[in-house]
Each structure stands twice: as structure tokens, then as C-alpha cells.
Design a protein around this ligand. Structure first.
Ligand code: C5P
Length: 229
């Protein structure tokens, strides 16, 4: 009797959305994930949790070895859109400007990035994954079925962040935000390990003149086209 060879397991599809800070990526990515009933990986939140936990433990963000060692001890979970560290909800604490800056500082360490790879891969479960970050399409999920590089000019992003903070009744200085985005972009693009670059096979999506709905529809349309090929 000839036993047919098992057919190869189809890989769970991944849509990778990368781009700079405050590009509106998070909102768009979450809506695309919802529309497809996909899981959602907010990889930036992982770096934010590490920045938060190291800060709590008085670890210097520039000390790569200590930061990576601390990261390996953390139990990070995402539940219903909230972020938990060792069973405590720290969703609000990781969204401050200080922790955002810390996240961008710890993210330069190759040893930390390596420590977070398996955790990120573990999000790839059926029916699919929407992975949001800086290196999703280039490093973590190079076989993503669709790669989007979502961006906007620094001025547009600064205006959006400014409006967002005013909406939350938080102090907001447009010039300071603009300067901070320039600094973070330079750090994200200039680091040696997994710098922010557009993957060769990614589609550029500039959102300066797009509504959120238009950006979401663009990605959904491109995903359908990829899947129907
Ligand atoms: O996306 P978010 O602003 O939450 O990310 C926080 C920081 O984490 C970014 O400024 C970036 O430096 C870093 N990051 C990264 N790689 C990712 C996601 C985020 O280096 N995949």
C-alpha cells in the first residue's frame, strides 16, 4: 500500500505593517486585524514593557546586558487590548512619553531584540496575524503574505500626536513633539540591529492625505488580491 505523503501544513498568514512612530499604524493595524478576525501583535508594546520594567528596577536603558537579562524574566500578556506584566495591567503606564523614549532606547540592543523573537513568533496562530512594528516584514516575519510600510511626513505625525495629547487633556508642545519624532526616527533608522527600513517587497502607504478608513480599505484590498493570486 502506498501511503500518500502528508501535504505541507500551510503557514498561518501574516500581514506585516511597519513604519515610524505616530504614523497612525496602531489604529489602522488594529482595524485591519478586527476586519479579518486576525490576532494582533503590537510589538512596540513589548519594547515599552521592557522600558517600563527596567525603569522600575533602576536599570540603565543603555546597559544592553542588564536590559536583556531583565526582559527574559518578564511575563508579558495581551488580553482584550490591554497589556499585562506579571498579571498587572500596565496599559496606561507604558503609554507615557517617558516610556516611549525609553522603548526607543532599549530597542537598539541586539541582545534584547534577540530575546524577544520567540515571543513574537508565538503570536502567529490561526486564522492569521497582523504584526505591527518596525521590523515585522524585514526581520521577524520575512515571509509575511503582505507587507505594508505605513508612513506620513514628520510634520503630519507631530500634528496628529499633538491633537491626540490635547484630546487627552495632557500637556502638548508641538515643537517639542516634532523634535522628539526626529530623534526617534533617527534612532530607529540608524541602529545597527533591525533598523527601520522598508522591506524590498513592501507596499508604501503614505497616509498624509488619507482617512483611517481609506488606509484600512487599501490594506484589506491588497490582502484580498494577494490571497486570490
Ligand atoms: O510603536 P511604538 O511607538 O509603541 O514603539 C516604541 C518603540 O519601540 C519605538 O520607538 C521603536 O524604537 C521600538 N520598536 C522597535 N521594533 C519594533 C517595534 C517598536 O524597535 N518592532
Amino acid at each position: 500500500m502506498i501511503t500518500p505523503a502528508p501535504s505541507p501544513q500551510p503557514l498561518v498568514p501574516v500581514i506585516a505593517i511597519d513604519g515610524p512612530s505616530a504614523s497612525g499604524k496602531g489604529t489602522v493595524a488594529q482595524l485591519v486585524a478586527d476586519a479579518l478576525s486576525f490576532h494582533y501583535l503590537d510589538s512596540g508594546a513589548l519594547y515599552r514593557v521592557v522600558a517600563y520594567a527596567t525603569h522600575q528596577n533602576n536599570i540603565d536603558w543603555d546597559d544592553a546586558t542588564a536590559v536583556a537579562a531583565c526582559a527574559k524574566t518578564l511575563h508579558i500578556q495581551f488580553k482584550h487590548g490591554q497589556v499585562f506584566l506579571n498579571d498587572t495591567d500596565i496599559s496606561d503606564q507604558i503609554r507615557t512619553e517617558t516610556i516611549g523614549k525609553g522603548a526607543s532606547r532599549v530597542a537598539v540592543h541586539a541582545v534584547l531584540r534577540a530575546a524577544l523573537v520567540d515571543l513574537q513568533h508565538s503570536f502567529r496562530t490561526a486564522p492569521g496575524l497582523l504584526a505591527d512594528g518596525r521590523d515585522m516584514g524585514t526581520v521577524i516575519f520575512p515571509d509575511a503574505v503582505l507587507k505594508i510600510f505605513l508612513t506620513a511626513t514628520t510634520e503630519t505625525r507631530a500634528k496628529r500626536r499633538h491633537q491626540q495629547l490635547l484630546g487627552k487633556h495632557q500637556p502638548a508642545d508641538y515643537q517639542a513633539i516634532l523634535q522628539d519624532l526626529h530623534t526617534r526616527d533617527a534612532r530607529d533608522k540608524g541602529r545597527a540591529s533591525a533598523p527601520l527600513i522598508m522591506a524590498e517587497d513592501a507596499i508604501l502607504l503614505e497616509t498624509d492625505n488619507l482617512t483611517i478608513t481609506e488606509a484600512v480599505d487599501f490594506i484589506l484590498l491588497n490582502y484580498q488580491q494577494k490571497m486570490c493570486k
